[in-house]
Write a protein that binds this ligand. Sequence first.
Ligand SMILES: C[S@@+](CC[C@H](N)C(=O)[O-])C[C@H]1O[C@@H](n2cnc3c(N)ncnc32)[C@H](O)[C@@H]1O
Length: 221
Amino acid sequence: MAKSDRTWSPDSTDLDWIESTGRPPHPILVEMEVAAEPERIPILSRDSGRLLAVLAADRRRVVEVGTAIGYSTLWMALALPVGGTITTIDPDRERTDRARGFWRRAGLPDERITVVNAPALEAFAGETAALAGPFDLVFIDALKDEYLAYLTALMDRLAPGAVVVADNVLWSGRTSGSRPARPGDGTEALREFCARVSADPAFEATILPIGDGLLVATLRP
Ligand SMILES: C[S@@+](CC[C@H](N)C(=O)[O-])C[C@H]1O[C@@H](n2cnc3c(N)ncnc32)[C@H](O)[C@@H]1O
């Protein structure tokens, strides 16, 4: 039997093949990808969306930090079981209004997704019922300098076994140092976030080189 080659790593042919094995994305997701590109709205990569959908498929209560036009939200919302809900936070109401339009056109009932229009740390400090938890899936994708503070604010609202996902932890190579960082560009904060979560015995964590890098961590039950 052939052995696997440890020096091998996937190239674009392999990635295209992976994409070809997946179900075609919902047409509204494709529409959002097309809308985001020229406006440079920083949405998740499609393969990261597929992973979020896998993780959301057996979750009940999801919280997302950073909605934009609702692309990552829609990947999760389409995968959630009946009765599953998402609370998503973004201070940019214009973007979240567009998101709501896309979600409606994708056929989602409004009750499935609650939008909180406020900076996340302010929202977590308030009394918003939709942020009370407990949450069994957390997706973090907003200000890089605040990732650790988002997770700290959420710690008491996580259900046992909750999964935490954070996007952009590779930061286009700046976090590892394969590309130069600039002071204040979020790189140091992302290094600190990854180091803290990875070292925290409360979590089992890894970083997947999907899209711009996804940290995935499970809170030990
Ligand atoms: C990378 S985009 C989110 C993309 C989205 N998760 C997706 O993949 O479709 C980051 C979003 O974070 C929002 N944001 C900025 N400051 C924030 C804050 N303090 N709290 C929550 N969201 C914030 C921005 O308005 C922006 O829409």
